[in-house]
Design a protein around this ligand. Sequence first.
Ligand code: IPE
Ligand code: MG
Length: 224
Amino acid sequence: MDGNGRWAEKQGSEDRIDGHERGAKVLCDIVEEAKALGVEYLTFYTFSTENWSRPEKEVDFILADLLPRYLEQKMDFMVKEQVRFKALGDIQALPDHTQELIKRVEDATVEFSEIHANLALNYSGRSEILNAVKDIAAKASEDPSVIDSLDEDKFRNYLYDPELPDPDLLIRTSGELRVSNFLLWQLAYTEIYITDVLWPDFTKEEFRQAVGEFGKRDRRYGGV
Ligand code: IPE
Ligand code: MG
């Protein structure tokens, strides 16, 4: 979800926060549209471990105001629409109140499976892999057979969400041509769609267009 800051600037706003506020609304629209299209998993890159380097006011707004506010406000919607919610990342570093709300919404939606909406929060693809390696090493020190029997499927059990399938499609808004430390293990064969549209201007129609474009791709997975 990139381009919130540039969107705010384009509007003549003094504050990048206005772009994040609008971006949160768009996120909810996209969950609705994805459900209508039959998409089963959505993972939104919401806050990276690198985003802590932003001004404190912006970080506080995202993590201690916007995020808990939306979690609280949208809990009933998620239950009604049977949206399974999960947060992926190092959640312990988030403000306590935000952590409590994450837990509450995760618990309230734990039985749903039609559509999964994940927020990558304080997320880093490299950290996810590194944490997996550390967990495996700790286990292997007690049971060395863990190493011999390790394969790609078993490695997945050490990631933030072992049940998260590899994404079919990565959509990046605002025209940037990089992966930015997102789902590094899982993106190995993901199709990439990049649009110049800034995230706050992204619409249900744009989402539909991206999914349509994906439908035309010829996925060969290294074959011919
Ligand atoms: C995405 O928009 C939101 C977050 C990364 C939290 P940006 O805030 O990165 O917007 P730009 O890239 O400055 O326009
Ligand atoms: Mg950005």
